[in-house]
Design a protein around this ligand. Structure first.
Ligand SMILES: *[C@@H]1O[C@H](CO)[C@@H](O)[C@H](O)[C@H]1NC(C)=O
Ligand SMILES: *[C@@H]1O[C@H](CO)[C@@H](O)[C@H](O)[C@H]1NC(C)=O
Ligand SMILES: *[C@@H]1O[C@H](CO)[C@@H](O)[C@H](O)[C@H]1NC(C)=O
Ligand SMILES: *[C@@H]1O[C@H](CO)[C@@H](O)[C@H](O)[C@H]1NC(C)=O
Ligand SMILES: *[C@@H]1O[C@H](CO)[C@@H](O)[C@H](O)[C@H]1NC(C)=O
Ligand SMILES: *[C@@H]1O[C@H](CO)[C@@H](O)[C@H](O)[C@H]1NC(C)=O
Length: 345
């Protein structure tokens, strides 16, 4: 029973255009008909999907009154600058509110604006002019997206009690470590948090143990607390590319977590390959300052049942060549389909 009965480690040279794909949730298929009896003239309410109201791409300056019974409201790509409570007095059934690509500022959001939205589950308010989050939001919320605004803070308690909130996307703001203190405390169901492209000096504190995906690319993070990942026992995807991580900021064994499937530490300042768990499948370390390929980073022991599950490993853009990869790597990385160590550009 030779463990050598495996394909030779493929050493690929080149560059990958897109190492992983983002999924963007698409709304229900649009099938428009004549407006329903209560549909505002500016909008369209499909005959065969009476609970949806499409008001997107219409140069609207304000939110039309939402009739009772509407569950899905599309208002993206307009010139909406404010949110007035009056538009929502009958919107107690509203589940989805999509407000992407408008010009909403916090000063123009009425304090009671969201009070009647007692059934709201998804709020997308990406690419507006917010400097802080809007709310308070209904306890029924499960998805909050405030990408591409100008928020520097996310006050503690804004999300308190949102027990079903699973997804929060805050990428592309100006959030600081101090500005998000306590922001995510008590969110029992949070699995997905994206704080990429902000100004964080540290990973967000106080995340719930339900976390599965944490994306913090493009920040100023220089270190990871020793127990940080151990406190997230479900974490599968951790992305921290384009930060300031050096070896001194990466405690020994910090990534030795058996749930982790993907780890992106590309575009940092690492000089060594950190120790990772055998279960890790995707490891991105391109464009660091690594000059040594140490098999023990992947396999403490190599044997018939002891080997790394790594499939994709990127080490291009470091101080490594094909000859830096020792022969025993073949056995340890026997699942690998893709190992890039050199750059040809
Ligand atoms: C709310 O519904 C009531 C009863 O149908 C109606 O009289 C009122 O005009 C509605 N308000 C708005 C803002 O749509
Ligand atoms: C929103 O921001 C854009 C771009 O920064 C700016 O052109 C626009 O005037 C702002 N709108 C408001 C209402 O502040
Ligand atoms: C959270 O979700 C569960 C399961 O869908 C549901 O029973 C519960 O009412 C929800 N809680 C809130 C506050 O909406
Ligand atoms: C990694 O974790 C395993 C199991 O929890 C443990 O046996 C091993 O010593 C750890 N290795 C390092 C480098 O921390
Ligand atoms: C290696 O495999 C043996 C079984 O052959 C197992 O008992 C041991 O825990 C494994 N060691 C590591 C470091 O995973
Ligand atoms: C790059 O690797 C070579 C060969 O291993 C080594 O001699 C050199 O010092 C390394 N350079 C840096 C900047 O680490």
């Amino acid at each position: 029973m030779s463990p050598l009965h495996v394909p030779l480690l493929a050493l690929l040279i080149g560059s990958v255009l897109c190492q992983y794909e983002y999924d963007y949730y698409q709304g229900p298929v649009m099938m428009l008909g004549p407006p329903g009896p209560n549909c505002p003239v500016e909008c369209e309410c499909p005959v065969n999907f009476a609970s949806a109201m499409y008001c997107n791409n219409r140069h609207l300056k304000s939110i039309p009154n939402v009739p009772f019974g509407i569950k899905y409201l599309y208002l993206q790509n307009n010139d909406i600058k404010d949110i007035k409570a009056a538009a929502f007095v009958n919107a107690t059934d509203l589940r989805w509110l999509i407000l992407d690509n408008n010009q909403i500022t916090n000063g123009a959001v009425e304090k009671s604006a969201f009070e009647k939205l007692k059934s709201l589950e998804k709020l997308h308010i990406n690419f507006n002019n917010l400097t802080e989050p809007v709310g308070p939001l209904a306890k029924t919320m499960n998805e909050l997206k405030i990408m591409g605004n100008q928020m520097s803070k996310f006050p503690s308690g804004m999300l308190a009690g949102l027990e079903n909130l699973t997804m929060v996307d805050l990428q592309g703001n100006a959030l600081t470590t101090e500005g998000i203190t306590g922001a995510f405390k008590g969110l029992k169901s949070l699995t997905y948090l994206d704080v990429s492209k902000n100004k964080l000096g540290k990973l967000p504190a106080g995340l719930p143990s339900s976390m599965e995906m944490l994306y913090a690319d493009y920040n100023d993070i220089g270190s990871i607390p020793k127990e940080y990942i151990q406190k997230l026992p479900m974490l599968q995807y951790l992305r921290m590319s384009h930060n300031k991580l050096a070896d001194s900021g990466v405690p020994y064994g910090v990534f030795n977590v058996s749930t982790l499937i993907e780890l992106d530490l590309s575009y940092n300042k690492l000089q060594n390959i950190p120790e990772v768990n055998e279960n890790l499948e995707n490891l991105y370390l391109q464009v660091n300052q690594i000059s040594k390929f140490d098999v023990s980073s992947f396999c403490k022991i190599t044997g018939p049942v002891n080997y790394s599950k790594l499939r994709h490993l990127r080490l291009d853009g470091n101080n490594l060549t094909r000859t830096s990869v020792p022969d025993e790597a073949v056995n340890c990385l026997r699942m690998a389909t893709d190992v890039m160590v050199e750059t040809t550009d």
